[in-house]
Design a protein around this ligand. Structure first.
Ligand code: RIB
Ligand code: CA
Length: 304
């Protein structure tokens, strides 16, 4: 069976690292490229970290680095991933930055019209730049899956906004306005899906287990410090799982716009819930996922 063609845009980040492993080890995808973006950490760190993960799982997937800052704002990094974005892992190689993620996204879409799904795991800067540079690719993309947003729950970067959207709200605004099939996996779902260190004992590859264990120890401590949740929140792996088993998810169509000017509400995913309004339903929003099925498949795939 022909493998689904995907591009993964990412800012590793502990959960990004697990999402990349999940997608790669599922062997379900023809991963045309992994493109990195600044977000959880600097572009140098997120690119170093992406290379570390690809080497760890002996993947030959092409890696291209992208934006080192949001479209119009200063980079505001995350707290929970440590000073280099993957604290706990031994990152001892400085990956050469290619600065060509935007062109590689454009090239791969043009070469594979209507076949490519893009999995967005960080701020939407690279894809927004690609849309601005080459609007003709928009109708050629099969679907964009986005880990981001907060619908009926508080934000995790300000009172109302989720980190990926908060960091680059202008890029998110471009993407949400684009006439393209979008699916959003928001905090409403991800906040309830977290693993403990005991869960990770289910990994049977001792080398992989040791490395993931060291990272998850730090991630879990940081998540409790900043989010008051006791566990490794599986934000990006849940988004990757949507590609693996969308049947495990329930979605609803919504009319969402992105707040780009608010002093308190920067990055808010603003849903039009008014009766008789909200007619521009521009995104499918995940409402729920079969948590047990996700956990079972996650460890089965990583153990494969
Ligand atoms: O809000 C969670 C998102 O922000 C995840 O993608 C995490 O990796 C961080 O980038
Ligand atoms: Ca991420």
């Amino acid at each position: 069976m022909k493998k689904q063609k995907i591009i993964i845009d990412t800012d590793p980040g502990y959960d990004d690292a697990l999402a990349i492993m999940l997608a790669e080890k599922s062997r379900l995808f023809d991963i045309l490229a992994i493109t990195t973006v600044a977000g959880n950490s600097t572009i140098q760190n997120t690119t170093n970290n992406a290379r570390f993960v690809l080497n760890l799982i002996e993947s030959k997937t092409k890696l291209w680095s992208g934006a080192n800052a949001p479209l119009k704002r200063k980079l505001i990094k995350a707290n929970v991933h440590g000073k280099n974005g993957l604290d706990g892992a031994t990152i001892n190689k400085e990956e050469k930055l290619t600065n060509n993620a935007v062109n590689k996204i454009i090239e791969n879409i043009i070469n594979n019209p209507n076949e490519v799904t893009i999995l967005m795991l960080g701020p939407l800067t690279n894809i927004a730049q690609a849309f601005v540079k080459e609007p003709s690719i928009i109708p050629l993309i099969k679907e964009i899956i986005i880990m981001g947003g907060a619908i009926n729950v508080p934000g995790n970067k300000n009172r109302v906004a989720e980190f990926n959207i908060f960091v680059d709200p202008d890029a998110a605004d471009i993407v949400f306005q684009a006439d393209i099939k979008k699916t959003l996996i928001p905090l409403d779902v991800c906040n309830n899906i977290f693993f403990t260190l005991i869960d990770f004992r289910r990994l049977n590859d001792s080398n992989l287990y040791e490395i993931i264990y060291e990272m998850m120890k730090k991630y879990i401590d940081n998540i409790y410090m900043f989010e008051k949740i006791r566990g490794a929140i599986m934000y990006d792996p849940v988004a990757a799982y949507y590609l693996i088993n969308s049947q495990a998810f329930a979605t609803v169509e919504m009319d969402i716009q992105i707040e780009t000017r608010g002093k308190l509400t920067r990055g808010m995913t603003v849903v039009d819930k008014r009766v008789g309004e909200g007619k521009n339903k521009n995104v499918s929003v995940v409402q729920s996922v079969d948590k047990e099925k996700f956990k079972e498949d996650f460890f089965n795939i990583l153990n494969s």
